[in-house]
Design a protein around this ligand. Structure first.
Ligand code: ASP
Length: 442
């Protein structure tokens, strides 16, 4: 049987009780042979994440301020966990060493990566002993090159050599090492990436991502009341939804497993019987069910609309428009066009402070008959592999918005028919989201 890789997020390993749940989950399936834990996360809303405290230790050390007090909080957290589980992987010795090294690295002018990585390292030691699993230091498995770029070739070679034979292994998430042996972390939330890398490295049949929600929801629960969970979605749908603001998995975490065609299962450690959300490669032969997968949206866009009679017959018009954006270092998100019109949808973060110059340059370069910028636009994507080849999906969407009295200012249907994006005024965002959900889901 091919193994499964089970990554547990910060809240899933926040204290001894949670780690007991982790053990039960791992024990329930003999294929769960690789466990990737995060550092202890929040136990309640006002609690602190160990990783944040470790960054603070480094920052204090760097500024020459004593960090004993903060470190004591960290040490206490781990002691409680170890005592609660009845294990002792020589914790005091490790804590002492970590404290000294944080001071040394900071004194040598090093960055925060060493300190930050110790959250996963220490938790990994404890969890490995509690599970009766072999502990692997991620510094020996996950490699970065001199420029700090993830070194795929070396990492997968080493995983193949060292990790593959293990019956039950714990690999702490979030970090690896540079060629000189020093520690380097992925970006924040990066244990997801470690899990995906291990899954690809050992040729897993499944990458399980255990967290505190039962998978992805069809819409943002802060806007739509009690949205349904998504059972299955493809990597491409996830990309569309994530781009539009739906978050669960670290973006970069998708690439290693997607590349290898390994499905990802998002599960809830507190409700381990829930099937969660399955993210699958998708081979284009999905059923066209007429249903949607999810809705997501983002505010803070500006639309620049250009009109020019006979635009369609002018060779190079589009290229000249886009070179103006390029010259100003502005990327665009969407480019809906008609025979005599073209709209550029840009994120405000791109165009802020540059809008006037861009408009002026467009006037000079492409002589539009009219040019108009509309700020405060929101985009909503309705995404679903089941929508393609089904007549009436767009009509349903536009009907729902018209019934809710919402003016659609832009429409963009991806060429894959996987999504329909509408541009509306930011003030209509929440109403539009609810109207679309109601029309398709009920
Ligand atoms: N502990 C790290 C963080 O807080 C990495 C992770 O949890 O994925 O960012």
């Amino acid at each position: 049987m091919q193994p499964k890789v089970s990554k547990f997020g910060g809240t899933s390993v926040a204290d001894a009780d949670m780690i007991r749940k982790v053990k039960a989950i791992v024990a329930a399936d003999a294929d769960r042979r690789y466990v990737v834990p995060s550092a202890p996360g929040k136990r309640s809303k006002d609690d602190q994440k160990v990783t944040d405290l470790l960054y603070l230790c480094h920052e204090h050390a760097r500024q020459g301020i004593a960090f004993d007090e903060v470190f004591t909080l960290i040490a206490r957290r781990y002691s409680e966990i170890a005592e609660g589980l009845g294990v002792d992987p020589e914790l005091q010795k490790h804590l002492e060493k970590v404290k000294q090294e944080i001071a040394r690295v900071a004194a040598d002018g090093g960055g925060p990566d060493y300190a930050a990585s110790r959250g996963e390292y220490l938790n990994g030691l404890i969890i490995a002993e509690f599970l009766g699993a072999q502990f692997f230091d991620a510094a020996e498995l996950i490699h970065f090159d001199e420029r700090g770029k993830f070194d795929e070739d070396q990492t997968y070679r080493v995983i193949d050599e060292k990790l593959k034979g293990s019956q039950l292994a714990v690999v702490p998430g979030f970090y690896g090492s540079l060629p000189d042996g020093s520690i380097k972390t992925f970006s924040r939330g990066g244990s997801d990436i470690t899990g995906a890398v291990v899954a690809r490295g050992v040729g897993a049949s499944l990458y399980e991502n255990w967290t505190d929600v039962s998978g992805l929801l069809m819409a943002d629960p802060r806007i739509v009341d009690n949205p349904k969970a998504i059972q299955t979605l493809t990597y491409r749908e996830l990309r569309e939804l994530a781009y539009m603001g739906a978050t669960v998995l670290h973006d970069e975490a998708i690439f290693p497993v997607r590349h290898a065609g390994i499905p990802v299962n998002i599960r809830n450690t507190n409700r381990s019987d829930d099937p969660g959300t399955m993210i699958v490669p998708g081979n284009g032969s999905e059923k066209h069910t007429g249903t949607i997968t999810g809705i997501a949206g983002r505010k803070d866009f500006t639309v620049i609309a250009l009109e020019k009679a006979m635009m369609n017959s002018q060779v190079g018009y589009g290229r000249r428009v886009l070179s103006v954006l390029e010259d100003h270092g502005v990327s665009f998100e969407h480019l809906p066009s008609g025979i005599d019109t073209m709209s550029l949808v840009v994120a405000d973060s791109q165009i802020d402070g540059k809008l006037k110059d861009v408009l002026e340059a467009l006037r000079v370069e492409v002589h539009p008959d009219t040019i108009e910028a509309t700020p405060q636009m929101a985009l909503i994507a309705t995404v679903g592999r089941g929508m393609s080849h089904i007549p009436g999906m767009a009509a349903k969407l536009f009907g729902a918005l018209s019934e809710a009295d919402i003016n659609i200012r832009m429409i963009d249907q991806g060429s894959s028919e996987l999504n329909i994006i509408v541009g509306i005024h930011a003030d209509d965002f929440e109403t539009a989201m609810r109207a679309i959900y109601k029309a398709f889901v009920g």
